[in-house]
Design a protein around this ligand. Structure first.
Ligand SMILES: N[C@@H](CCC(=O)N[C@@H](CS)C(=O)NCC(=O)O)C(=O)O
Length: 246
């Protein structure tokens, strides 16, 4: 599995690169900058949780991103995983693509065998994830936020996205999970996006003829793993505020 090109992460030593500033909080664990409802961040949290890699979760306010997060990853999207350089194993990394964070976490530990067992299976998984992150996400955004795209409504995009969901349903009629006989990388990478699609108009989603997909989605939404990654952080709970040190 080593050497797969998609797993290209930046190596960054904050201190020696001079990016480090005294305002940056020290960390004794890898830090995940996250936004609770973001489907990309949800998939990253699912994989980190599955791997049991200890980490610190920092929930951010998207309108007021922490300076430290932006220094690590100026493109300003969540999730961002920072593995500080003082950590013994694999220190000094910034990983700012959700799929790369999933792969990083599962390569540390993968007790439930979420990673595909062969390079060919990994390739197939990455292809499905690419369709989700590309075409499906494009239609999802236009369906959910038609005004942003100058559309009267998102129904055309809903129907185009549905074609892709019917493909998933057909697959789930053949095998229990998108990853095969057990839940894995492909399921965790796609489920938060399918859930977002379902939430745009739940009554409509529920009346569609994709029984296996609805079953798969229902199991995901009611799973303890999903509940755990959606828990509000203590800081958010107490103050209503997310992590924002600057
Ligand atoms: N390709 C990125 C996309 C991440 C992304 O677009 N995240 C959204 C939130 S769901 C974001 O941070 N947007 C920036 C913003 O809203 O300011 C990944 O896979 O991590």
């Amino acid at each position: 599995m080593e050497g797969v090109s998609i797993f290209a992460h930046a190596r960054l030593d904050c201190k020696s690169d001079g990016i480090y500033t005294p305002t940056m909080p020290d960390a004794v664990l890898p830090v995940l900058y996250s936004f609770r409802r973001c489907p990309y961040a949800i998939r990253a949290r699912l994989a980190l949780q599955a791997s049991s890699v200890a980490h610190e979760l920092r929930e951010v306010v998207l309108k007021n991103k922490p300076a430290h997060m932006l220094a690590l990853s100026p493109k300003g999207t969540v999730p961002v995983l920072w593995v500080p350089s003082n950590l013994p194993a694999q220190g000094g990394q910034v990983i700012d693509q959700s799929l790369d964070i999933m792969l990083w976490a599962l390569r540390q530990r993968d007790p439930n065998q979420w990673l595909p067992g062969s390079l060919a299976d990994l390739q197939r998984s990455l292809e499905k994830i690419a369709v989700n992150d590309g075409l499906f996400k494009t239609h999802l955004d236009r369906y959910k936020y038609p005004n942003r795209f100058g559309l009267v409504n998102g129904l055309k995009d809903r129907d185009l996205a549905s074609v892709l969901l019917l493909v998933l349903d057909a697959e789930l009629q053949q095998q229990k999970f998108l990853s095969g006989p057990h839940w894995g990388l492909t399921d965790a990478a796609l489920a938060p996006f399918v859930r977002q699609f379902a939430h745009v108009d739940r009554p409509w989603f529920n009346t569609q003829n994709w029984p296996a997909l609805k079953h798969w989605m229902g199991n995901f939404e009611t799973s303890p793993d999903f509940a755990k990654v959606m828990e509000k952080s203590q800081n958010e709970e107490k103050t209503g505020l997310s992590y924002s040190p600057n």
